[in-house]
Structure formats: C-alpha cells, structure tokens
Design a binder for this molecule. Structure first.
Ligand SMILES: [Zn+2]
Ligand SMILES: [Zn+2]
Length: 258
C-alpha cells in the first residue's frame, strides 16, 4: 500500500494517537501519500450536537497541526489534509462556507447518518425496511453529484438485511451512478479487520459487475492499523474474487464547490 486517504485523529473522540504517531506508522508501512480525513466538523443549524466528530472549536488546530507536520515531513511523505464528511442537504452549504477558509485538499464521503443526522437512524443500524436503503442511496448520489467528494468510503455501510433483490436494486443504482461520476468506491480495512457488516460480498459482487473503480482505505483510528498487513491481503483477495478494478490513482476533487 502506497496511498491511504482515510486516517483519523483523536478529535473525533473514538480514535487514539497523535498525528505524528500516525505519520510514523504510515512511513514504517511504506506509505508515500497519507491523507488525514478526520470526521468533519458539522455546522448544524439547530442545537443538535454529534460526539463522533471534531468540534467547530477544534478546526483551527486540526489544520494548523497538519500544516506544520506537512512541512516537517515533506521530504519523507506527501501529506494531505482532508475530512470525511456526510452529505447532509441542510448543512452542506454551511459546511462549505466553513471549510473554504482552510487549506483543505479533499473530502471523502462517509455517510454515517441519514437526512441531516438529527432524529434519523445511523446507517450501520440493521434494518429490513427498504426506505432507509433507498434514502441512503438517493442521498449519497445527491452528495456525490455536487462534485465535492473525492471518493465514497465504506459504500456498503447501510445495513439492509431484507430481501436480496431490493438490496441489489438499490446498490446497483448506487454503483452505476458512481461509475458515471467516476467516483472510486472504498474497500474499508477497518470493517474487514473487525468483521463488521461491511465490506459486504453482495455489494462487491455488484461493484465488480458494474466495473467501478475501487480503492483501499485503512480508516485508521489507531496508528497500529497501518501494520496490519494480513487485512490488506484479505482486501486484495476480495478484489480478486469479484474482479474489482483496484486503483491507486485517485484524482483529488476540489472539495469546495459552492
Ligand atoms: Zn470513525
Ligand atoms: Zn472513517
């Protein structure tokens, strides 16, 4: 692995280790391009707060810390500063207005909740109700169509356990639209390592048939994740099994589009 654009920091309240620890672990693993993409701050327009992302008050420090480290490590590694963000239609313009003030290299989409988060289920919650799957796919497509997102993290996060044909119908339209938009899909090493419901074989079968571009993301919440070479081998086996079009060439899209 020479590139990873999916790396967290402790600001999200569920990751461990300093930025320097992540950089050193990535260097030891042979990574040449390391992108930080912590859970994005989210300027909700209500009194809703979420605890799994950096606070608005931490954004200055996030960019300042990474900008300084980029300079310090410039001869050893190509450091990029990104965020992993949901597309929340009511918040997205405010997020754009916030982030345009910072040296942001890219955004990846990780759609952890539906609608604008508040009062809606998490996408990882098991459900047999197709309305959540349908809404997830609609919302992810709408977000990707903005052009702001460089790739789609754990595309198979929405945990629908109802009938197979409904699963296939909606995830096929997601894969087809991603192909049209040239948006790579991520095989998520964290989910693979921890035996989560993603990566889902049914999803990757579809992605193989549609012919999507596929990339691997560590989704590191601890520096030691970079050393887990056995999970990387499993990801390659998955890619081989479903004839996935693995790429390391990921053109960064301008994250500020509004
Ligand atoms: Zn996380
Ligand atoms: Zn993540």
């Amino acid at each position: 692995m020479t590139i990873n654009l999916h790396t967290h920091t402790p600001r999200c309240n569920h990751a461990e280790g300093s930025e320097r620890d992540y950089i050193e672990a990535a260097l030891a693993a042979g990574i040449k391009t390391l992108g930080f993409s912590d859970h994005s701050p989210m300027p909700f327009q209500t009194d809703h707060t979420s605890t799994f992302r950096m606070k608005l008050s931490e954004v200055d420090d996030y960019f300042a810390t990474l900008t300084a480290l980029r300079e310090e490590f410039k001869d050893q590694i190509n450091l990029l500063i990104g965020v992993e963000a949901e597309y929340y239609p009511g918040v997205f313009p405010h997020l754009q207005a916030l982030l345009k003030n910072y040296p942001l290299d890219y955004m990846i989409m990780g759609q952890h909740f539906l609608h604008d988060e508040e009062g809606y289920p998490g996408c990882g919650a098991k459900s047999i109700d197709p309305k959540w799957l349908s809404l997830y796919v609609d919302q992810v497509i709408e977000g990707l169509e903005t052009g702001a997102f460089t790739y789609l993290a754990h595309p198979d996060l929405l945990h629908y356990i109802g009938c197979a044909s409904t699963y296939k119908k909606h995830y096929t339209r997601l894969c087809e639209r991603c192909k049209e938009l040239d948006i790579p899909l991520e095989i998520n090493l964290l989910g693979l390592k921890e035996g989560r419901h993603y990566p889902n074989n049914h999803f990757w079968q579809i992605a193989g048939e549609v012919g999507n571009k596929v990339i691997i993301g560590v989704d590191a919440h601890q520096p030691y994740r970079f050393a887990e070479s056995e999970v990387l081998e499993k990801a390659h086996a998955l890619a081989e099994k479903f004839h996935l079009n693995l790429t390391k060439d990921i053109p960064l899209r301008n994250p500020i589009v509004l």
